[in-house]
Design a protein around this ligand. Structure first.
Ligand SMILES: [Zn+2]
Length: 305
């Protein structure tokens, strides 16, 4: 009795197997030739790779229906395949499973080692940043709000990305601003609630810089505009006094740290015109700043309340 043969994928070898669209083509072109007690070899036909065994297609009717690759024969090149006994197949599968498991374990081990190295690198990078910018990092790590600038920097820091001097000072400014945001807005609202009358003409304003913004002028340059909440409750939008820049800190590259003007208390002379309610505009101030108190200064009115 002839042994039962199996293909490598576990299917039973059937010498009469048919294939093709109409199941008229023989899959196997020879009888099994035994190689040893567990293995045999057989010649196997394949379907044409262009027409998938159909011999032609209506899509090609403009050049003639017949597939030019197989000339309508429906088959591609024949190839030798191995057949195995059940016993041999079980052994082959076991060997393959073992090999796969070993490779998987090796890959997992490698990935784990790489992850450990990466974690260590990140930790070293974070410690270096902590040593360099202790205040900024402790504020950054303590921050739990939803400010996108700060949460972006938090995730970069947690990936071990380096910070610059500029980022460190921006972190401190942003955290300070976030921490006092609610209080500050309440404070400014209280100042505005004291509004009685909008002064017009030349006026000495004394109050808090709520925001600033660059605005393009007609001459291709840009002017720095500020919005100020005066202690008397009115709000003005005006060009900033020239000398304000001299009162602000500078970065290492010499540029002015404009954010430092936010919340600061300032006094200067300006000509006012009323718009509506407690709001109006100031003309370009001609004189220097009379008084300036940075928000970080203990003498700032906010800290004295
Ligand atoms: Zn073909």
């Amino acid at each position: 009795m002839t042994a039962q043969w199996f293909l490598r994928d576990g299917t039973v070898f059937n010498p009469d197997e048919k294939m093709g669209e109409a199941l008229t083509l023989s899959r196997f072109l020879s009888s099994p030739r035994q190689v040893n007690s567990t293995t045999a070899e057989v010649t196997m036909a394949t379907l044409c790779s262009r027409c998938a065994g159909q011999g032609g297609s209506n899509c090609w009717s403009h050049t003639g229906w017949e597939c030019f690759k197989c000339r309508g024969k429906q088959t591609g090149p024949a190839k030798k395949v191995k057949l195995y006994t059940k016993e041999k197949l079980v052994k082959l599968d076991a060997t393959k499973a073992l090999r796969d498991a070993k490779r998987e374990a090796k890959n997992a081990e490698k990935a784990q080692a790489e992850a450990a190295i990466r974690r260590q690198e990140i930790e070293v990078a974070k410690q270096a940043m902590q040593a360099r910018y202790p205040q900024a990092i402790s504020m950054l790590e303590g921050y739990t709000g939803d400010n996108t600038f700060l949460s972006d920097i938090q995730s970069k820091f947690n990936e071990g990305k380096p910070l610059t001097d500029r980022m460190a000072s921006a972190i401190i400014t942003a955290c300070e601003r976030e921490n006092t945001k609610g209080d500050w807005q309440t404070y400014l609202a209280a100042v505005e609630s004291g509004f009685e009358e909008f002064p017009t003409g030349r006026t000495t304003v004394r109050g808090f810089i709520r925001s600033y913004k660059w605005k393009d002028d007609r001459f291709g340059g840009s002017t720095l505009k500020i919005t100020l909440v005066d202690e008397r409750g009115f709000v003005i939008h005006t060009t900033r006094p020239e000398s304000l820049s001299d009162l602000l800190p500078r970065r290492e590259d010499g540029t002015v740290e404009l954010d430092a003007m936010l919340k600061s208390w300032i006094e200067f002379e300006v000509t006012l015109s009323h718009k509506e309610g407690n709001f109006g505009f100031g003309t370009r101030p001609k004189k220097n700043v009379i008084n300036f108190i940075a928000f970080t200064d203990d003498n700032h009115p906010f800290h004295r309340t």
